[in-house]
Design a binder for this molecule. Structure first.
Ligand SMILES: C[S@@+](CC[C@H](N)C(=O)[O-])C[C@H]1O[C@@H](n2cnc3c(N)ncnc32)[C@H](O)[C@@H]1O
Length: 312
């Protein structure tokens, strides 16, 4: 098996996870098992890893890659947003650390049939879990102009979303938009190249559709809270995000849990009873080094935030 996904910020992940203290660690976005392998290599044999991925092919690849550690791993095909139910089903009461490395993996991006990449022609699919009902092509057909506009504007932070929606509708009037190259061409013709010459103008639209197809943002806040709840005292929470919308959610949840009390500032005495349960260990997100981004350009927008549970 070649072309594995390169684990991002590997050294930093090991440093913050505190591996010698681990009993159960959860990799909620197992992917190609790169981080999982790194963690298993650097933890004592009693440390076990629960790996979750919504993509069945990721589970298959990681099972092969991690076969050496088969006594120590439990790999589950599922969505990390269901972490509460997954832990309950596997009879795991508390965990000592978790990692979420959000977004898509290299095998997903590099396989044209998965339809994630604007650089490879394939069906306009973009489902991380091919068992999910709606592809990106379906979404283009089923959503109203207003919905499509708010997806491209909201998840892609695209200035030219109105023009892009108009161009998609015009193209659909002639023939259905079913392939990645078709969509990329429509968007390139509709949205002017900005001063970022190296970035294809269709990048933001592809990102927006992927987020919508996989419902990547809405469940993240509650999922993070559920992961944090499952952490033992001193346990570590590590989240790598790749765009500002995800990073904002991670930051908000960490700040909220570190602050504790949620009473309005006007109230002189706390009545909510919420206690601070988290210590933020990264005041600013950690970014990959220049060397890492040179070796792995896909790491360049990664941001790692870490927190430690202080009250369980
Ligand atoms: C960036 S890759 C992870 C790569 C992995 N850390 C490695 O080193 O190989 C992200 C993975 O998370 C999975 N994923 C994304 N959202 C998910 C979710 N809500 N639940 C479970 N898996 C998810 C994707 O299918 C993808 O395989």
């Amino acid at each position: 098996m070649s072309n594995y996904h390169l684990p991002v910020l590997a050294e930093e992940i090991l440093k913050f996870l505190n591996p010698s203290q681990m009993n159960w660690v959860v990799d909620g976005t197992l992917g190609d098992g790169g981080h999982a392998e790194l963690i298993l290599k650097n933890t004592p044999p009693h440390c076990r890893l629960l790996g979750i991925d919504r993509d069945p092919s990721a589970i298959k690849r990681a099972t092969e890659r991690l076969s050496k550690y088969k006594e120590r791993i439990l790999l589950v095909h599922g969505n990390y947003k269901d972490i509460k139910e997954i832990l309950m089903k596997e009879q795991i009461e508390k965990i000592d650390g978790f990692l979420l490395d959000l977004g898509v993996s290299s095998p997903q991006l590099d396989t044209p049939e998965r339809g994630f990449s604007l650089k490879k022609d394939g069906p306009l699919d973009m489902r991380m879990n091919p068992g999910d009902p709606r592809t990106a092509a379906d979404l283009l057909v089923e959503s109203s102009d207003k919905e499509l506009y708010s997806i491209i504007k909201g998840y892609g932070e695209e200035r030219f979303s109105k023009r892009i929606v108009r161009a998609i509708r015009k193209a659909q009037a002639n023939s259905p938009v079913r392939t990645t190259f078709q969509l990329a061409r429509i968007v390139r013709d509709a949205a002017p190249q900005t001063h970022h010459f190296r970035i294809d103008p269709s990048t933001r639209t592809f990102q927006a559709l992927r987020i919508a197809v996989n419902n990547e943002l809405e469940p993240l806040k509650q999922a993070l809270k559920d992961f944090l709840f499952a952490l033992n005292k001193t346990g570590r929470a590590l989240v790598i995000s790749f765009h500002s919308l995800e990073d904002r959610i991670v930051k908000q949840v960490f700040v909220e849990k570190a602050k504790g009390c949620i009473c309005p500032p006007k109230i002189p005495i706390c009545v909510c009873g919420e206690k601070s349960s988290l210590k933020i260990l990264t005041r600013k997100p950690i970014r990959p080094s220049l060397l890492e981004t040179q070796m792995n350009p896909r790491a360049s927008s990664a941001k790692l935030r870490v927190a430690a549970k202080i009250y369980a």
